[in-house]
Design a binder for this molecule. Structure first.
Ligand code: S3P
Length: 165
């Protein structure tokens, strides 16, 4: 069990602005692992900001690239992966990530989730509420564990590390 976990990827899922990227970066520094940010991988491929890509090509085209990336990550090991909030929209992504991954859901109070005009699907409070209602059950059921990010970064990072050590 311990050896398996040691080789597993640590995969962070959760709502936009729940702290996935920040926590993943901290965890990888502490554990001396490589970090892979799926959104950053996509931006590298599309060569433009995600919002721009949504505008030009639509969400479905974005989701295809996202799934291509999760497919490529299925056979990686020992890395820390930070996902875009919509990763749970396509179950194929979850299967790819679960292939060699331990999935950690970062739960953050809805009042602490920030709307952001540069995030096409979470640009307003109402949009966030709607995403939360449909996605919270998916994050819950697809993850191996849930940690909370209601307090400080340090508390969240310690919880993340404690889940598998
Ligand atoms: C999305 C969240 C974004 C990004 C894209 C779609 C979503 O990532 O993948 O804009 O569907 O919630 P963050 O969760 O990092 O904002």
């Amino acid at each position: 069990q311990e050896l398996l976990l040691e080789q597993s990827n640590l995969v962070f899922i959760g709502m936009p602005s729940s702290g996935k990227t920040t926590i993943a970066n901290e965890v990888c520094t502490k554990l001396k692992r490589e970090v892979i940010d799926i959104d950053a991988q996509i931006v590298e491929r599309i060569q433009m900001p995600i919002a721009k890509y949504f505008e030009l090509h639509g969400e479905a085209a974005f989701r295809e690239i996202e799934t291509q990336v999760t497919k490529e990550l299925a056979n990686s090991h020992h890395v820390v992966i930070s996902c875009g909030g919509g990763i749970v929209k396509n179950y194929e992504n979850i299967k790819n990530l679960q292939h060699n991954g331990f999935l950690i859901y970062i739960d953050r109070d809805i009042d602490q989730l920030l709307s952001d005009p540069s995030r096409p699907l979470s640009s307003s409070k109402e949009a966030i509420q709607q995403l939360y209602d449909t996605r919270a059950p998916l994050y819950e059921s697809y993850s191996d564990v849930t940690i909370t990010n209601h307090d400080t970064l340090v508390v969240a990072v310690d919880q993340a590390i404690a889940t598998y050590t």
